[in-house]
Ligand binder design. Structure first.
Ligand code: NDP
Length: 480
């Protein structure tokens, strides 16, 4: 049984209460580790340590801070296989995906911001013959970083790395469902010689640890990724305290295929966009809109490929899909498929659990599911399902598909398929999402602004946006 510990002031420690939570492997449904059931006392200790470390850390040169981050990045890469295995065990995601994406990307996050901070410059505004303004950008203090379970180490480090690079110290909480790689990250930070208190990781429940971070008066910046409802709750607490807030929330992303799209690319990418990580990526395309003329061809090709997807043991590399993250989440997916039927949807494929044998027979497996015949306004097409369930809908014109695409409260990402460059520009201009992919999906350049509009969040991560978020700008005006 792996015993996960908090990382506070450079030490790996139990929670003050000495209470533990069970951690279940989604592939087997069995408990395989325990994590501290921490509370506000642990958050208070972590905050105290972060406060004590702030002065030294923030006064280190950008180059020195960058060196620490690059060292952590290198150590993550050295342990790639070990960490990928842990991520797969903890979340149910296929090992191939953790090896190809989650862990390399976690290393890149540290390297990207560790080097980026050395190129970060602030603005200057010259007023002719009158004055010169320059903007000082200084670290703010202690950053609270809270992340979800779907891309555990990847999203955790996407927040921690820029916060540290910019000179803040951090109190962070990974999801209680997937704490393992965050625990291994704390070991890596110790080995890399990161000074005590610079990064503190407190494990436990969102309602206890997460909420304590959000309301702590000495944590002035909150960077959160998770569900829209949780985001609302966080904003209710943090806004009256005038905390700086970045909220990366849910999505209901449209994947739009026009008649002139390259069919094979569109179908293959639709498979990835719909079912990678069991459909549990905030960027997954969950509403597929296909123009009338090619609708039947696209549908047939898509269904053939969906039916060929293998679901099973995440450690077996032939399986494209592994397990869903928890029993509760599996039941949520089932309830949405039931809702889709009640709303008049026709299940074209999937719509049921996959029962495996042997040690995996209690795991949380679900067939990739495609549903047709629903209106764009129904709940199935408006609410985030966050699993391997997509809907297919035909459309005729650009105006019509824009109405469908923009109809939800979300506005995170979209993917548009066309070979008409003018149409691509028109659509990109009019679609209400923070990220627009044309003839691709999830092609990421870490320098670009990342985040959503409407109820998909506030603020942007990535590149300079992240470094600006984690610093306080101060304008200095000097009369000439
Ligand atoms: P949750 O909102 O349930 O949880 C996210 C994190 O917040 C977890 O660490 C959770 O802890 C914690 N938390 C829960 N309640 C509180 C609270 N009251 N105060 C502070 N922290 C709290 O989301 P999920 O983990 O279920 O993640 C899935 C969601 O994340 C989806 O909606 C998805 O779209 C979104 N997401 C958005 C992304 C984006 O970039 N826009 C990227 C990835 C996911 P615990 O797990 O212990 O409850």
């Amino acid at each position: 049984m792996i015993q996960i510990k908090n990382y506070i002031n450079g030490n790996l420690v139990e929670s003050v209460s000495r209470q533990w939570l069970d951690n279940i492997a989604p592939a087997t449904g069995k408990i395989y580790s325990q994590l501290p059931d921490s509370d506000e006392q642990d958050v208070a200790m972590a905050t105290q340590a972060a406060k004590a470390a702030f002065s030294t850390w923030s006064n280190l040169s950008a180059e020195k801070r960058g060196d620490f981050l690059i060292e952590i990045s290198n150590r993550i890469l050295k342990k790639l296989d070990f960490l990928a295995h842990a991520e797969s065990m903890d979340s149910g995601k296929p090992l191939w995906l953790a090896k190809q994406t989650d862990i390399p990307r976690s290393a890149s996050n540290f390297k990207f911001f560790g080097t980026g901070i050395q190129h970060f410059a602030s603005e200057s505004h010259y007023m002719e013959e009158t004055a010169i303004n320059y903007t000082l950008r200084r670290p703010i203090g202690i950053a609270g970083c809270i992340s979800p379970w779907n891309l555990p180490l990847y999203l955790f480090t996407w927040k921690i790395a820029p916060a540290l690079a910019a000179g803040n110290t951090v109190v962070a909480k990974p999801s209680e469902l997937t704490p393992l790689t965050a625990f291994y990250l704390s070991e890596i930070c110790k080995e890399a010689g990161l000074p005590p208190g610079v990064l503190n990781i407190v494990h436990g429940l969102g309602a206890k640890v997460g909420a304590s971070i959000v309301k702590h008066p000495e944590i002035p910046i909150i960077s959160f990724t998770g569900g829209t409802k949780t985001g609302e709750e966080i904003a209710r607490t943090a806004s009256p305290m005038f905390k700086k807030l970045s909220l990366e929330l849910g999505g209901k992303n449209p994947f739009i295929v026009f008649n002139d799209a390259t069919m094979e690319d569109a179908v293959n990418t639709a498979i990835r966009a719909s079912f990678t990580n069991q459909g549990q990526i905030c960027l997954c395309g969950s509403r597929l809109f296909v123009q009338h003329e090619i609708y039947e061809t696209f549908k047939n090709e898509f269904l053939k490929k969906v039916e060929a997807i293998q679901v099973g043991n995440p450690f077996d590399e032939k399986n494209f899909m592994g397990a869903l993250v928890s029993k509760q989440h599996l039941e949520k997916i089932e309830s949405y498929v039931q809702l889709a039927k009640e709303e008049g949807g026709k299940i074209l494929t999937g719509g049921y659990r996959v029962k495996l044998s042997g040690e995996f027979n209690e795991g949380y497996y679900y067939r990739p599911t495609v549903i047709e015949g629903l209106s764009f306004q129904c709940r199935t097409n408006q609410e985030e399902i966050f699993g391997p369930v997509v809907t297919l809908q035909p459309f005729d014109t650009e105006e019509e598909v824009l109405e469908y695409a923009n109809s939800t409260m979300y506005g995170l990402a979209s993917s548009i398929w066309t070979n008409d460059v003018k149409r691509a520009h028109r659509m990109a201009e009019k679609i209400k999402t923070g990220i627009v992919w044309v003839n691709c999906w999830m092609l990421r350049d870490l320098r670009t602004p990342f985040g959503g509009m409407k109820s998909s969040g506030i603020g942007r991560e990535g590149g300079w946006e992240a470094l600006r978020f984690f610093t306080e700008p101060k304008n200095v005006c000097i009369k000439l």
